[in-house]
Design a protein around this ligand. Structure first.
Ligand code: MG
Ligand code: MG
Length: 623
């Protein structure tokens, strides 16, 4: 089994904080980044001792820059500089130095010149009992391809000189990975791993700011690792991530995400022995959504749910908990004075405290989640009540896994009579969750690692005061759709939701129906009010799509938003409407899809602006 490692540059904090977070997450090895060492108060030996206490092996010291192919006098100075670093490495008790390919304009090309330099460096390294690994930077002046780096190492022909492979430098420029399989395993001194989203950036800026963990980006890291495995490499898998969000976020969370990404990668590689995870949980839909409220809010929420056509369908046999139903949708309203929902209410205010997913086999889903280091949750249950498997999710909420939702309701709830024949809403169409932008990649890996969800292309949505990043995840059978919204500008609405919730959480829930006009008419009759959309919007829709005048005025009169996708022939249509925010915390959306795959992204900015207009100014006291 390969050991798991991470470079200290990947995390925020001081060197000792980074090392503690890395060890706590479960890594066995670490690469010490020189800048982290230089800014650290203790000596290299102190760092080595701390790593010893934490059971972390230092697999490399890096980087050593601008070494090969230099003219004199720089060449001699480089050897003197290397010798100083070899002495430092002895203090650190590590035996591998990473040399990245030269980017200096003063450097001279030539494979044989570089090979001669490395042969000489190999002698020097060997006399200090250490080794040197050579890594091709994608922006190296003369060497930017791992195939050239390997040729230099091959010609250097020195036992203390090997090659270091980095998935970003190979995959970002699109170099073929099959050449890796023919490098002798004992000449691959280290393998570094990073993914990245597809961006139209120069490779240097792309690498310095947007690297991410395997599985969070778009590069074929699995193929890269298959070639590495084929070569017979058995050394550490070392994450090396330069990412602004990671360096601004929590070191503990980043380290945990990093380990999770390696577990997932290991799981995806064919031919690796044991340690296989349970398969990804199939998502079969939303079993129920649970709201934490107090008694006053519970009455307000009941009013709103009734207006939307929900029926109170069950009363908990022993707790102040109600079940509300419509179509296949089940909502649970919890105003118990203690327990998890209550503490969620106290901390975050009225809102969604749990999402229950139908996953087929809850035990399997829990086993996979636990193997991926999700935090499990257990709450004592009353006599005769069902225990539900749960893990901690976004913003202190819970994610329940249900085997076969629906069949078990009567165990905990006394059913109430009701007429379901007039239900207009049929399904939970999507659940939208807000979070600080630096947590988005973390939750992305969480959801896609545990559940069988696909990423749709990320989007940027203009909020009146900033940009919101939006990432949709959908189940292959479309039974579950999640939208993750991250915002870094502090004043965006999405961020206001976050700061007022004291964390992240469900921002809105969209319910699907077959006839939005009929559904909304009935809701209005029951007293429901919806978000006001400006007339200008409808003029624009009219100009863009030239809809039938009757449809156009129905949209305008009802304040329903409209979107289209497909090839322009109108083969996908989308209708959506929003309630006002409940207690300034969350809102509901009603949607009708006609062969439409998206989420009405072109309308999101209109909706956010409308909400901003009616939102209570943050600084004003609540009345
Ligand atoms: Mg690297
Ligand atoms: Mg939506």
């Amino acid at each position: 089994m390969n050991t798991r490692s991470i470079a200290t540059v990947s995390l925020s904090g001081t060197l000792d904080e980074k090392l503690r977070a890395i060890a706590a997450a479960g890594f066995e090895e670490v690469e010490i980044f020189e800048a982290d060492l230089l800014s650290f108060g203790g000596s290299p030996r102190d760092v080595s001792d701390l790593c010893g206490e934490l059971n972390l092996k230092i697999c490399a010291f890096q980087p050593f820059r601008d070494f090969e192919g230099m003219p004199e006098p720089q060449r001699s100075r480089n050897f003197a500089r290397a010798e100083r670093k070899f002495a430092l490495m002895r203090e650190l008790r590590t035996d591998l130095m990473l040399v990245c390919s030269n980017i200096s304009p003063a450097s001279l090309g030539g494979i044989d010149r570089a090979a001669a330099d490395f042969r000489e460096l190999g002698d020097l390294a060997a006399s200090h009992g250490v080794k040197v690994g050579y890594e091709a930077l994608a922006w190296g002046a003369h060497v930017n391809d791992h195939r050239d780096a390997w040729e230099i190492v091959r010609r250097a022909d020195h036992p203390a000189i090997g090659v270091i492979l980095d998935s970003f430098h190979t995959l970002a420029p699109g170099f073929p990975v099959n050449s890796i399989a023919s490098i002798p395993a004992d000449k691959i001194f280290l393998v570094q791993l990073a993914d990245a989203p597809k961006l139209g950036l120069d490779v240097l800026s792309w690498s310095r700011h947007f690297r991410c963990f395997p599985g969070q980006g778009d590069l074929p890291v699995v193929q890269f690792m298959e070639a590495v495995q084929a070569a017979g490499y058995r050394g550490p898998w070392s994450l090396e991530i330069f990412n602004d969000q990671f360096r601004a976020g929590s070191a503990v969370r980043t380290a945990t995400d990093g380990l999770r990404s390696l577990i997932l990668l290991q799981d995806q590689l064919a031919g690796l022995p044991d340690k296989k995870l349970q398969p990804k949980a199939p998502t079969l839909g939303t079993g129920f959504i649970e709201f934490a409220v107090n008694e006053v809010k519970s009455a307000d929420l009941s009013t709103l749910l009734s207006q939307l056509g929900f029926r109170k369908s069950g009363a908990h046999r022993s707790k102040q908990v109600e079940r509300w139903s419509q179509g296949s949708i089940d909502l649970v309203v919890n105003c118990e004075p203690d327990g998890f929902a209550h503490s969620h209410y106290v901390t975050h205010g009225a809102g969604v405290c749990a999402i229950a997913l139908d996953v087929g086999n809850a035990k399997q889903a829990m086993a996979r989640a636990e193997a991926l280091q999700a935090r499990t949750f257990y709450q004592p249950v009353g006599p005769g009540e069902l225990e539900i498997s749960a893990i901690h999710g976004v913003g202190g909420s819970l994610l329940y896994f249900l085997d076969d939702a629906g069949n078990n309701w009567d165990t905990d709830f006394a059913p109430l009579p009701g007429d379901s024949t007039r239900d207009r809403l049929s399904t939970v169409d999507h659940i939208s969750q807000s979070m600080p932008y630096d947590e988005m990649l973390s939750w992305l890996l969480f959801y896609t690692g545990i559940l069988d969800l696909r990423r749709l292309p990320g989007m940027e949505i203009a909020d009146p005061v900033g940009l919101v990043q939006s990432q949709a995840l959908t189940a292959p059978n479309a039974s579950l759709r999640m939208v993750l919204n991250g915002s870094s500008a502090t004043r965006t609405l999405s961020n206001r939701f976050i700061s007022e919730f004291f964390g992240s959480g469900v921002q809105h829930i969209a319910f699907g129906c077959d006839d939005i006009f009929a559904a909304v008419a009935e809701m209005r009759q029951r007293g429901a009010l919806f978000l006001r959309i400006p007339d200008n919007y409808y003029d624009d829709v009219d100009a863009k799509y030239g809809l039938d005048p009757a449809l156009m005025s129905a949209l305008r009169d009802n304040q329903i938003l409209y979107d289209r996708d497909g090839d322009g022939d109108g083969d996908g249509e989308f209708f959506q409407i929003y309630t006002h925010a409940f207690d300034d915390r969350f809102f509901f959306e009603i949607v009708e899809r006609r062969n439409y795959q998206g989420f009405g992204a072109p309308n999101a900015g209109i909706r956010l602006a409308a909400q901003a207009r009616e939102a209570r100014p943050v600084s004003m006291p609540r009345v």
